[in-house]
Design a binder for this molecule. Structure first.
Ligand code: GLA
Length: 742
């Protein structure tokens, strides 16, 4: 067994590399990880606990890091076990704070104290094995530091080598300890149609819990955090950040203890959790990624974006520069809702092709007896009234028009009014004999069951085998209720919290293996399932059902703190908008959506020739700068948050050869002029040529100037003038510019 392969310290010698960028000092029993501008150090303290020593800016190669030494007690009330920042602290020995691990043994014992046993290199990092001081319960901590970004991935495997069962009641992926100090916590919350609100609050003593108990990632909160130290702002100051890769119920606890130490613990949500480990079984936690930047929240998000592109997203084996920008899509949902049929979709496809769209996606309504949201989910056969000859004629037409074809599915759900439910009423999550709550007239299939998993994989595989489909929009339109799994013994039913999500990942992984060209979007009534777990298997996400272009500015701002614009789909839809009745110009709508991966979701059959021409031109422009916007370095120059009159973003390509600027006005008041935009991230020596994609420029703006000029002097968008040809004033105005290195 792995943990019995105790690595003899002597085989490493002093300060031997465990893995590229990782050193183990045998004399001090310390582990040091270096990557990017970051160093992370932990060690074995005199009691045998694994203790965090340092996490911050990269230290000098020859710097002597002290050995781990437990913290003192604070009188007789806060003892050393509580005060010592452990890497993975278990509930036992009187712990009063958030544990990483808590369990109950068969005899009722709940005391668990983990001590270091051994370590060894793994395929892509290294593992440290801990063991309870008495029982044969082992925890293997997995560490992997990425060389470029210094982002550290951490997870744990909990193994029961006792003869009897143990029940894991709480299992974190990792706990992060920060240097003692004063912090501002940033986290993202929301609701349906109102996702991605950035919250900023001072960390105080006690715990701030960010979580989902809903069975999936949720709109309510997103598993990401950033802690700013002292005077940090958007582009300067220290930031520690992290993101949890789990699409089931999760929890991140940010806790400041009585002695002001701050720890962040995250993993499976312990609420209603209870995972029985039989003798010899193990439980693997999700991965918690953590990073550090000295360049403010902007620096932190740029590191995360790059990491997501190079280490998380599918096709990541390709060099980063080769990750394809997303195709520009058309989606039928807001145009035709459930009323999809051959003729109507073909007409829309012709219009979409004329705009220069790359991918035509047919949304909900094509299957089973799906006339509205009351029926059909679960019956994944093509509706013969709407598509008498199957999907082939439409798909062929879409191909003839030069686009590829995508399709909406909601695989984990079932309507009671469906053949599937009539045949398998026992397949839904439920507690027998109790009511089954419906939301949007649907119930959640228990994907944790192997037969349900196989059914879902089977119909999706068949759909992809029988039709030339390039893309699936994978939806998930409700949360869990009554999460019972009645086929298992009572004590084991809570496994659903782990197995459901694991099976979801398995199906996605297997589909991608069988159909390597198929791309997938993660959607959950908008942004209800966006996290680094699902992003390993999906190419893009749907951030929100709210497509109002003004609301989207704030949502996109929040979204990009955690996730790259590469995955941030943004559709141009109708005006006035269905959700809040706001009227905006087509240019404004286009430019708002061009900040992410662009899509068109309007009823384009109604568009005038002028509107069609405008969108076609802007899609052409977008294609030329898309890689910079979606894969470059993002600078949020002016935030749209807190009712800001103005907002602006800037993206710079990795090689600094191109930059794109977007600027938006909410409502100018008292004639105020758009602030001069001091650009970021350019090569100061290089000369850049400026061109307006759309919008004015102040009189005298040079056509060509150095990076130093654009960063030092800045870009002036507007004169103080009432002349609309040179001024940038009014309500819901938008402009965009590109700079190309000469
Ligand atoms: C969800 C999605 C929408 C659309 C509908 C279809 O709400 O977020 O984009 O696909 O379902 O029913």
């Amino acid at each position: 067994m792995r943990h019995f392969l105790v690595v003899l310290i002597t085989t490493f010698g002093l300060c031997a590399p465990l893995h590229a960028g990782t050193h183990y000092d045998a004399a001090k029993q310390t582990f040091r990880l270096d990557g990017g501008n970051v160093t992370y150090v932990f060690g074995v303290n005199e009691r045998g606990e694994l203790q965090q020593i340092y996490w911050g800016p990269r230290l000098g190669e020859k710097d002597e890091v002290p050995a781990a030494k437990s913290m003192q007690e604070w009188a007789s009330f806060d003892d050393s076990y509580n005060n010592t920042p452990q890497e993975y602290v278990s509930w036992g020995a009187g712990l009063n704070y958030e544990p990483a691990l808590k369990m109950t043994f068969a005899d009722g014992n709940r005391d668990l104290v983990l001590h270091y046993v051994s370590h060894k290199a793994s395929d892509d990092g290294f593992d440290v094995v801990l063991k309870d001081v008495k029982a044969a319960v082992y925890v293997t901590l997995h560490y992997k530091m990425e060389a470029g970004s210094g982002i550290l991935s951490r997870s744990a495997t909990i193994e029961n080598s006792e003869k009897q069962n143990v029940t894991v009641e709480q299992a974190a992926a990792a706990a992060w300890s920060l240097p003692r100090g004063h912090y501002t916590l940033n986290y993202l919350t929301g609701r349906w149609a109102g996702e991605w609100t950035l919250n900023q609050e001072a960390v105080r003593q006690g715990a701030r819990v960010i979580e989902s108990r809903r069975g999936s990632t949720s709109h309510q909160a997103n598993p990401w955090f950033a802690l700013q130290a002292g005077e940090t702002n958007e582009e300067s100051g220290e930031v520690w950040f992290g993101a949890l890769a789990w699409s089931g119920s999760w929890r991140i606890t940010v806790e400041q203890d009585t002695l002001d130490t701050v720890r962040v613990t995250g993993g499976f949500n312990p609420f209603d959790f209870g995972y029985v480990l039989h003798a010899g079984e193990s439980l693997e936690t999700p991965v918690f990624y953590g990073g550090y930047s000295k360049d403010g929240l902007g620096g932190a998000s740029r590191l995360l974006h790059r990491y997501e592109i190079s280490n998380i997203l599918p096709h990541r084996t390709e060099p980063v520069a080769k990750l394809k920008p997303r195709p520009v899509i058309f989606n039928s949902w807001e145009a035709t809702q459930f009323n999809v049929d051959d003729e109507g979709q073909m007409a829309l496809a012709e219009k979409a092709a004329a705009l220069g769209v790359d991918r035509f996606v047919m949304d909900d309504g094509w299957f089973g007896q799906r006339k509205d949201d009351h029926a059909g989910l679960g019956d994944w056969y093509v509706n013969a009234q709407k598509f008498p000859h199957g999907l082939k004629p439409l798909i062929d037409k879409v191909h003839t028009l030069g686009m590829d074809f995508g399709l909406w599915v909601e695989p984990e759900m079932v309507n009671p009014d469906s053949d599937l439910y009539r045949a398998h009423p026992d397949w839904v999550l439920n507690f027998p004999g109790r009511d089954r709550t419906e939301q949007r007239n649907q119930m959640v299939l228990n994907l944790a069951r192997p037969d349900v998993r196989d059914y879902v994989l089977g119909f999706l595989d068949k759909l992809l085998n029988e039709n030339d489909i390039a893309f699936l929009k994978w939806d998930y339109n409700r949360n869990w209720s009554e999460p019972g799994w009645d086929q298992l013994p009572a004590a084991e039913q809570k496994r659903v919290y782990v197995e459901f999500t694991r099976n979801l990942y398995y199906i996605l992984d297997e589909l991608r293996r069988r159909h390597p060209k198929v791309e997938i979007e993660s959607c959950s009534g908008g942004g209800g399932r966006v996290d680094l777990g699902i992003l390993r298997y999906t190419d893009e996400v749907w951030p929100s059902d709210n497509t109002d272009p003004f609301d989207r500015l704030t949502q996109q701002d929040g979204f990009t703190y955690a996730y790259t614009p590469q995955v941030m789909m943004a559709w141009v839809t109708e005006s006035p908008h269905w959700f809040n009745h706001r009227a905006t110009s087509l240019t404004y709508r286009m430019l708002s959506s061009m900040q992410g991966s662009l899509g068109i979701g309007a009823n384009i059959s109604k568009w005038t020739p002028e509107e069609t021409a405008l969108v076609k031109r802007l899609i052409g422009e977008y294609h030329q700068v898309q890689a910079t916007i979606t894969q470059g370095d993002l600078y949020r120059l002016i935030s749209p948050r807190n009712g800001s009159e103005f907002s602006a973003t800037q993206s710079v390509s990795g090689d600094k050869s191109q930059s794109v600027v977007f600027a938006f006005i909410h409502s100018t008041q008292e004639g105020r002029v758009f602030p001069r935009l001091k650009l970021e991230g350019l090569d100061p020596q290089a000369m850049y040529k400026l061109r307006a994609i759309e919008g004015p420029l102040a009189h005298g703006t040079p056509e060509v100037a150095s990076g130093a000029w654009w960063m030092g002097h800045g870009l002036e968008l507007s004169d103080i003038s009432y002349d609309s040809t040179v001024s940038f004033h009014g309500d819901f105005q938008a402009s965009a510019y590109r700079l190309d290195k000469q």
